[in-house]
Design a protein around this ligand. Sequence first.
Ligand code: TXD
Length: 325
Amino acid sequence: MNTLSYSPIACQSARVAVIGAGNVGRTLAQRIVSKNLADVVLLDIVHGLPQGIALDLMAAQGVEEHDSEVLGTNQYEETAGADIVVITAGLARKPGMSRDDLLHINAKIVVEAAQNTLKYSPNAIFIVITNPLDVMTYLVWKATGLPSKRVMGMAGVLDSSRLQTFIAMHLGVCTADISAMVLGGHGDLMLPLPRYCTVRGVPITELMSLETIEQLVERTRNGGAEIVKLLQTGGAYYAPASSACVMVESILRNQSRLLPAATYLNGEYGLTDVFIGVPCRLGCRGVETVLEVKLTDAETESLHLSAQSVRKNVDLALQGLGLAE
Ligand code: TXD
């Protein structure tokens, strides 16, 4: 009888630890493995949940034709050696609840998750997804003591993608032909920049009225809440997972893509000591560079307003955690 034998060679797949096996975490795990980007360790506090999801995802390996593995666990030890840690653990918004209501509950969860994963993956790059996003990203940076380029938050890719979709739906054009840019905090003070939104290079300001643009911008600002209201339980997760996956891919494949992400500002845009969404190049070292696009006075004012609100909540959260200086 023929035997199927092979000689193991010393090569290792990239490894992504996803903390929180809820809607966003599990959907992200699915995207990462089905694109064959990395093996995924999915961790959750609920016993059986990450193991069940992992088994279900592994059962699709043959039909999806990928060879990336998913491991479900409740133990941080098993996340060891992750190249990237994505934190999705926390509570999602309920209808009528603002992102900031989640502040104190999620602050504790996120800080614990970051410190626990760092112990076993000291070289990892951290991507934070849990809301309120910009605040949680700051807390992860503060609690881990990592260089700021190794910590970032996912929101701008999602917000830009939502605006892209709404523009495409309105104009009846292909979404892939649209490029959109949304800066600022992930909240009601986000800053969509219509001047930098184009359909294959043609600014949207030449294709639709200012009134229509304002409506689409407003819909983008409320994009998450619109979905929460429709779903009644839980929030959006397909587009958030796809958005996080783009960031994971840019880092693992060292693509240096220019993507809006919540990053630490040290003087850029006239802001210091705050994480907020601006265009960054993401590569194997994390945030490689921050791009400073020209803003009008009004846009700068909005960005600063958004940063002030983030900073206020960071202070509140740090006090709650007993980390305030
Ligand atoms: O653009 C963005 N950044 C966002 C953010 C887009 C979508 C969702 N956004 C936020 O992500 C949302 O407001 C939440 O704060 C997180 C996760 O959203 P998701 O929709 O995945 O929430 P779920 O389905 O409730 O999943 C959360 C999981 C759940 O399985 C919990 O058991 C787990 O987190 N959880 C924990 N895991 C590990 N450790 C601890 N302590 C823990 N606490 C809860």
